[in-house]
Design a binder for this molecule. Sequence first.
Ligand code: GTP
Ligand code: SPV
Ligand code: MN
Length: 590
Amino acid sequence: MNNSTGTVPANSYIQKWVKDIAAMCQPDKVFWCDGSEAEREQLTQIAVEGGDLMPLNHNKLPGSYLHRSALNDVARTENLTFVCTDRQEDAGPNNNWMAPAESYDRLAKIFTGAMRGRTMYVIPFLMGPQGSAFSKVGIQLTDSVYVVLNMRIMTRMGKIALDHLGNSDDFTRCLHSKADLDMERRFICHYPQDNTIWSVGSGYGGNALLAKKCLALRIASKLGQKEGWLAEHMLIVGVESPDGEIHYICGAFPSACGKTNLAMLVPPESMKGWKIHTVGDDISWLRVGSDGRLWAINPEAGFFGVAPGTSFKTNPNAMQSVQKDTIFTNVALKSDGTVWWEGHDDPVPANAIDWRGKAWDSKSGHPAAHPNARFTVSLKQCPTYSPEWEKPEGVPISAILFGARRNKLVPLVYQSFGWQHGTFLGATLASETTAAATGAVGVVRRDPMAMLPFCGYNMGDYWSHWLSMAKRATHPPKIFRVNWFQRNDQGKFIWPGFGENLRVLRWVIERSKGAGEAEETAIGYVPKAPSLNGDGLNISKSDLHQLITVDRESWKANLKSQGEYFDKFGDHLPGGIKEEHKALAERLKA
Ligand code: GTP
Ligand code: SPV
Ligand code: MN
């Protein structure tokens, strides 16, 4: 290819595809990434010169940069995200759908000439440990150097991916262009039958870092259905008790509902001797091991975490992770060249530059950082980073948590009666919406398994797939529902959350081992107040009681909306889910 920089890979499938795409997008240059340190420096310089990154104070935050996005490009745009299959039914009522031919045609018009005057970067990346049966390769083409630098942190990028791939054609073809960042010409399209993703018109993380939600969840969930495994919106954390036993827990919570925080929590004063091992904060791929347990890997290599609310009080490990070599997106800039956001430990700055690049003070009447401002940082910078992340076989999972934001109704924690009921708890997950996606915030919506925006096929078939896992996993993890977000009548959170969530994990682990005290209720096993051990918590007996109370009347009222939601899936709704819905209604009546 004329005017190309870097080493062209020997893989002829990559060569041909890049050539075809270059002919459509017409970039001035093609840049083949190798993932080296020298390349990172070169790309960073390009990003700074082009205004994509602004250097921060390198005495205080070495190697760190600020990126400000376009004003209309700050979160995932679910309404512009499509699954393109021949039959609409295969995408399901949970996805926006377009026929593949129509969608390729519409997007090709936008991609044609979109990279004129720009460089097209070729990014080979590996999701999962090298040589692991779990791992998948993708190649992303993009005209955004910000995307390249983020992908470098978030994935195993460059030579390692090409080595894993060899001469194979088995890679996800990921095409991305910022184009003109026009919302009217923004589409994030997935073609599961072609193992292809086309995304245009956005530079935002979940829309543009195609390894993440697009590949590792939407495309991978469909591959998982075909190949017998699960791709989930889950953290992975190892919890070590004082006697040295480690239990790994996966947790599915919707966007901005606490996965990053739980994955790296700091044990409270009252739980000396407990240790946390962080394996992943957003995505898990789970397979049945030869021992009949579920084993999980984190396919990613970094965190793309929510900044607002993050502080040395709430999440010290995240704060320590972002002291160097971090890309901050849409945070506020202080006069000393450091960063700030709402909930940061530093006092509210007298004046700052807000995420839009405008002068800001506390009287400005809007937040200084965007509520969905993010940091991108390598997993290895987390003080609780677990080397198990490298294990090709992953880690064995003892428990799965489904969690969400619910200010009432849902207790702090309860346990399902078994795998089928646990799948039902996941299927009935609902949460108050957050700033991670565009649209209203704080509205309760159904978000099964925290996968509503990420399941790449019909959610009814996905539930069947979940149910079928139990046939192969003879020792499946126990399944729990958690809710850190109940509020009192003054609107304040009742549960202190963060590090104190370890009290809940302790009960979860006891129960997973078949021990621990619980009360059987209509919705599942609920802890008895003493087994949560409220010692040292600034929380009244009656509040503690409220946290674990099951309000039967409210649950009865909830049954109807569950049923209405399930009805949308028609014939695709599995019998096991119907059974559980009926059984719950009967238990609530009894
Ligand atoms: P995504 O990256 O969007 O998938 O989100 P996430 O699930 O990793 O969410 P994260 O841990 O970043 O938390 C989002 C917000 O919830 C932050 O502002 C946190 O401070 C807040 N949060 C996390 N855990 C707790 C908790 O236990 N209690 C309360 N009250 N807030 C929490
Ligand atoms: C989420 O929204 O769930 C995220 C951030 O983890 S993004 O990768 O942008 O989707
Ligand atoms: Mn997420």
